[in-house]
Design a protein around this ligand. Structure first.
Ligand code: DGL
Length: 280
């Protein structure tokens, strides 16, 4: 139970709400980093589902079952107060099923088609995402609702997801630029003026995309918008609490694979690598 002290009692340790963040791998880390930067006092748990990776090539049924099992595991082990599904694929496919099944609040991430449509002058937008996200009916509806007068050019970048997950921490800038080159060439030839990064893994390559696409194409993601929403909702849990906030930022994986790079990611983001969480 969080303390309800409302005076400026600095001797009281307040247990802030626990935010759990799930992605198939490293893609959700920029979101949690944004949240942690703006609210360093807090309890944050990041689960990289390295055993379930990649999500983007799974069927909808498989993915709903897998993500539900991961959330059950988080619930029984940590009982989080809120969950951020920091994965476009899992959000577009499984979020409504998760909300029906679990009682804690969820925030999801979806491709930032709406802000891109607002900014596009040529009414032509690029969307790079996983194979699952580019063909999902959720994405069709998103485009129909917020970009109906734009042409949206879709590109499935599953190889690039693998690149980020397995090689990002050991690559040079030249290798990263080389990796994004085919997609950049494609979108430039299509004449878009906005590129939506509709897979969270690609946010790690945002600078590389921007540098190859040049100033005429904006690279858009949902980190700030989603980050602000989560911060607003976290503040509601602790309204009036002014004691010393307990702090923790731990990263777990669901398999040994890639754990050395998670230790590197953890160091980079000011977190601790807490090891493998064994989930059924
Ligand atoms: N990072 C995820 C997304 O935003 C999925 C990557 C994958 O596992 O295929 O869609």
């Amino acid at each position: 139970m969080p303390s309800t002290n409302s005076s400026a009692d600095t001797n009281v340790i307040v247990k802030p709400p626990l935010l759990a963040v799930l992605d198939s791998g490293a893609g959700g880390l920029p979101y949690l980093s944004y949240i942690h930067r703006h609210r360093p006092y807090g309890r944050y748990l990041y689960l990289a589902d390295t055993e379930g990776f990649p999500y983007g090539s799974k069927s909808e049924e498989e993915l709903i079952d897998l993500v539900s099992r991961r959330i059950s595991c988080l619930q029984s082990r940590f009982n989080p107060d809120m969950v951020l599904i920091a994965c476009n694929t899992a959000s577009v496919v499984a979020l409504s099923a998760l909300r029906k099944r679990f009682s804690f609040p969820f925030v999801g991430v979806v491709p930032a088609v709406k802000p891109a449509a607002i900014k596009s002058k040529v009414r032509k937008i690029g969307l790079i995402a996983t194979a699952e996200t580019v063909v999902s009916s959720y994405t069709d509806n998103l485009i129909a609702d917020f970009a109906s007068d734009c042409m949206v050019i879709r590109y499935a970048g599953q190889e690039l997801v693998e690149f980020v997950e397995h090689h990002f921490t050991s690559t040079t800038l030249a290798q990263r630029l080389e990796a994004v080159k085919p997609a950049c060439r494609f979108f430039k030839a299509e004449g878009v003026d906005q590129l939506v990064l509709g897979c969270t893994h690609f946010i790690h390559l945002k600078d590389e995309f921007q540098s190859l696409l040049g100033p005429g194409i904006d690279v858009v993601d949902s980190v700030d918008g989603v980050g602000r929403e989560v911060l607003r909702r976290l503040e509601d849990f602790n309204r009036g609490n002014t004691g010393n906030m307990q702090t923790d930022f731990s990263i777990y994986t669901t398999s040994e694979t890639g754990s050395s790079s998670y230790a590197e990611f953890a160091t980079f983001y000011g977190a601790g690598y807490a090891g493998v969480l064994t989930c059924p």
